[in-house]
Design a protein around this ligand. Structure first.
Ligand SMILES: [Zn+2]
Length: 155
């Protein structure tokens, strides 16, 4: 049976998720005003766009999104989830760099990873940390066992 075959995999995922839920209880959400958050996002998008693409900053929109931290339109408009204001600065920076690397490469393939690794060689650690905030904030979809928090939210 398919379930039997994947039982071990499911149990491993499940136990990792339970551990992450437990750890997420101990993290503190960052307190910053909307103005502080907007200014920080603009500064980071400006920096990431210049470093990665070597061009002037993309247009930025900040709004509430249910399942994502960031998204990017084909015209290069970056949308940032307003809930990212609760993240520490290094994670806000990471999700912005991740998204701007998508302007170069849409898929999470080798070329894309080369881009993110250049700026964040420790991206795996950051994605685990991000997952704790996703759980804490309530963005993480517990029902989507096939996807990690990151592939689900940072698209
Ligand atoms: Zn992505």
């Amino acid at each position: 049976m398919i379930i039997e075959k994947h039982k071990q995999w499911i149990m491993t995922k499940y136990s990792k998720l339970l551990k992450a839920i437990e750890r997420s209880k101990n993290i503190e959400l960052v307190e910053r005003s909307d103005t502080e958050f907007t200014n920080l996002v603009k500064k980071l998008v400006d920096k990431a766009t210049r470093e990665i693409l070597g061009i002037n900053p993309c247009k930025v929109i900040i709004r509430k999104m249910k399942t994502r931290w960031t998204s990017c339109s084909p015209k290069g408009t970056i949308t940032i989830n307003v809930l990212a204001k609760y993240l520490p600065t290094h994670l806000i920076s990471y999700i912005i760099y991740h998204e701007i690397c998508h302007i170069i490469e849409a898929k999470h393939n080798k070329e894309f990873r080369t881009c993110t690794k250049k700026y964040y060689p420790n991206y795996k650690i950051l994605e685990k940390e991000l997952m704790l905030y996703e759980i804490k904030i309530g963005l993480y979809s517990l029902f989507d066992a096939n996807k990690t928090a990151t592939t689900y939210l940072i698209t």
